[in-house]
Design a protein around this ligand. Structure first.
Ligand SMILES: [Zn+2]
Length: 399
């Protein structure tokens, strides 16, 4: 069985040891066993360490029935002496997040008797569930208290407990049916919890715990957190974002919300004006088209118009019950077309028939009813010519 050095020294970055087994994992990697290891295997909600064993790269570490398996990209000779070293930047990040979670859970219990009922630690996320619904004021108080514990530089220690000690301790949460050795993690004399993970040795090494969000979850609260380096990185990009917005609006950072509200108001006013102008344009175009119409269907290209505007114009034109009208607008490399017919049985083909003809001529897609059809076709060099042909076909298709 591997001797797990990280249990007694979480700051130990490497060790010299011996390869005890090496077997292919069937997926192109090798499962390597060591006499001693500095690698933490994935467990208790904490991702595993990564690193190297001599010139082999360890991508993952797992455990099964008490044995530690180092997933290595190359085989290592059994019995050989090797140096095993972890990626300590990653380990320290995990230690900061994990210890920060202990400290926050401890503060939540001491302040509100809230129990930690869920924990998630990922490559870039840290989550904690409490069986207590926090108000926004309580979230602030919780964050302040946890950061006060951090600034106090309290020792975080681990030790193995006897059964009697375990039952006698004032723990915030006692795990049921613990098997094997019980490992206790204490934060000063504030908190006692069982845990198999890797932790900082002083609360001050966590540097900072920030509650990023808190939402109601299953009658309690789900918190998203960032500690230490992650909290700083989070502050950095949010600070940059705040200053970018401040420059965009030409106001101090604190006035961005008001500036944005003014921007939204102006935007709403512009949309209202635009809608009025658009309605006027549709009506004027409708009047012009009807006035310049001789006989037969109306065919019209409406460059720059939205499909919604084209539709409004079409319904205006088709108030004339004898009308057949085709309008189209080129947009993003396609021609969007709409066909409308007044309700009167006309001498011209139905909207659906016209649509079929367009699709045949232009290689388009679409369909509809006898009085309305719509679709689109790819716009190419020849599409203008094709629309011309279509216009001729339509005008000559009087039954
Ligand atoms: Zn822990």
């Amino acid at each position: 069985m591997t001797q797990r050095l990280y249990l007694t020294d979480s700051f130990l970055q490497s060790c010299e040891t011996q390869v005890t087994f090496c077997q292919p994992d069937g997926k192109g990697e090798y499962l390597v066993g060591l006499a001693q290891t500095v690698f933490f295997p994935q467990s208790g909600g904490q991702p595993s360490d990564r690193g190297i064993i001599s010139d082999g790269v360890v991508t993952h570490v797992s455990e099964k029935q008490g044995e530690v398996y180092h997933h290595c990209n190359r085989p290592l000779p059994v019995g050989s002496q090797v140096v095993a070293a972890i990626d300590f930047r990653r380990r320290f990040d995990m230690m900061q997040q994990h210890s920060g979670e202990h400290i926050l859970a401890c503060a939540a219990y001491r302040l509100f008797r809230a129990n930690n009922v869920g924990f998630h630690l990922g490559e870039d996320s840290l989550g904690l569930d409490l069986d207590y619904q926090l108000t926004p004021e309580q979230v602030y108080l919780l964050e302040e208290t946890a950061n006060r514990y951090i600034s106090m530089g309290l020792p975080i220690t681990t030790r193995i407990l006897t059964d009697e000690e375990y039952h006698a301790l004032p723990m915030r949460k006692k795990a049921e049916n613990l098997k094997g050795e019980i490992r206790l993690v204490t934060v000063g004399d504030l908190d006692y919890a069982t845990c198999c993970g890797t932790h900082c040795t002083l609360t001050s090494q966590v540097e900072l715990v920030k509650i990023l969000s808190c939402e109601n979850y299953k009658g309690g609260s789900r918190l998203e957190l960032a500690c230490g380096g992650r909290a700083l990185a989070d502050y950095r990009w949010k600070n940059q974002l705040a200053y970018q917005l401040s420059h965009r609006f030409s106001v101090p950072v604190g006035q961005v919300p008001q500036a944005f509200a003014r921007y939204e108001e102006e935007n709403a006013q512009l949309r209202k004006t635009l809608k009025q102008r658009s309605t006027q344009l549709i009506q004027l175009t409708g009047v012009q088209l009807l006035a310049s119409r001789e006989t037969g269907p109306i065919c019209c290209c409406l460059e720059g118009w939205s499909t919604e505007e084209c539709k409004e114009l079409l319904s205006l034109l088709c108030k004339d019950k004898g009308m057949t009208a085709l309008v189209w607008n080129p947009q993003n490399g396609r021609i969007n077309y709409l066909v409308g017919k007044g309700e009167q049985e006309g001498a011209y083909p139905s909207a659906r028939e016209i649509c079929t003809q367009i699709n045949t001529l232009l290689g388009g897609r679409g369909g509809g009813s006898a009085t309305f059809a719509q679709g689109s076709a790819p716009a190419g060099e020849k599409s203008q010519e094709a629309m011309g042909q279509l216009e001729d076909w339509l005008k000559n298709s009087r039954a």
